[in-house]
Design a binder for this molecule. Sequence first.
Ligand code: NAD
Length: 462
Amino acid sequence: MANYDVIIIGAGPGGYVCAIRCAQLGLKTAVVEGRDTLGGTCLNVGCIPSKALLHATHSLHEAEHNFARMGLKGKSPSVDWPQMQAYKEEVVAQNTRGIEFLFKKNGIDWLKGWGSIPAPGQVQVGEEVHEARNIVIATGSEPATIPGVEIDEKRVVSSTGALSLAKPPRRMVVIGAGVIGLELGSVYARLGAEVTVVEYLDAIAPGMDRDVQKTLQRILKKQGLQFILGAEVQGVSSTRTKARVTCRLKRDGSETVLDADVVLVATGRRPFTDGLGLDALGVAMSERGRIATDAHWATNIPGIYAIGDAIEGPMLAHKAEDEGMAVAEVLAGKAGHVNYAVIPGVIYTTPEVASVGATEQALKDAGRACKVGKFSYMGNARAKAVFQAEGFVKILADAETDRILGAHVIGPAAGEIIHEICVAMEFGASAEDLALTCHAHPTWSEAVREAALACGDGPIHA
Ligand code: NAD
């Protein structure tokens, strides 16, 4: 029975990053993980495998739709689904093995099994009880379904099942037009499925800027996805060969029935804290059922901390990573900090969508006067060269001080170029600061500078 400075429960992006930083700061660290591989949902059944399938099917889409006009003639590739799955698994394996290597390199013990906290300062894994000065809960989240819908991971699937279907479906209904629904809906639409996305709200991509929502919906519609908005799914019945989704349109109460080979339930996730023994310990929860923490990720029980999807805030891997690093600093007696105002959000469709800071609507609702600098990729040579000129960069800057308050991008590599705006915001930059920064030509990032110029005297290429 070893004594540790820190035991972290969960080896997802929050937990494993926290462990590495703890070890780097000289703390004797162990991580409890019950899966056979490290990396949590993100690496095993989330961000990483979905990016592999998005990349493969985007390549197929390029071959089918854009190769000929670039002078690349010949038959488009056909889909070898088992091979695509094997490629996805290999990408996952490379990454999970990478974390195992990092654990060894940093002297972090992997306590294999599911952990619980029988008492403050103790973590039980199987029959063994380990002592720790501090415990960090980083147990993440699991798919949340809706009443009347039972997930069997075959015909009615969560994102986990959708990544490993036996074969691509002919007809797919996606419940929920959030990040998961749009990304995995795109994958199967590109593989030839008729994809219908049913969404309760009147817009797709909840929480995103309204202009982005409208543009993304228009583009995805052109790619073959169909949308039924303002519709609440009432239930799903499933037989051996198909599933039937019943939904009610909010505007007139009428019912619509959709048949599908596979139904993807993408209606959000809920914190996964089962079996930890939090009730018995008296760990306080927030109103929304997440673990309540203070500004330093401490729960109400001394020595027990929590980070990531299990606590409040957006359920994003990189938010969990930041909290993991920050809580490690706190445990090592240093100052740990996360700037929640600058956490980017990305949807990995084609084109990508990326957002940071406030939306125009949120600023309006808060009565905060802002300048809106918008630049269309139609004026960007690189975007036209890759057939992705339909999007835009929109920068919101304070009307008086010109400080950047938010940015919303839909366009090629939006998930990459958003970071120059994140850095600018971290440094409290003004739109003019970005506009005065030389941007290489020809790049997609030039659209950021143009949007920044649009907050001032105006862009050049519009
Ligand atoms: P989400 O919260 O992003 O979207 C769920 C959608 O389902 C919402 O638009 C909601 O209105 C809709 N919905 C709920 N009940 C419904 C009903 N009865 N009928 C019709 N629509 C209904 O959730 P998600 O897409 O499942 O993703 C889960 C979490 O994982 C999110 O927090 C997301 O940010 C995260 N995630 C992030 C990424 C990324 O960053 N690229 C990728 C995947 C998942």
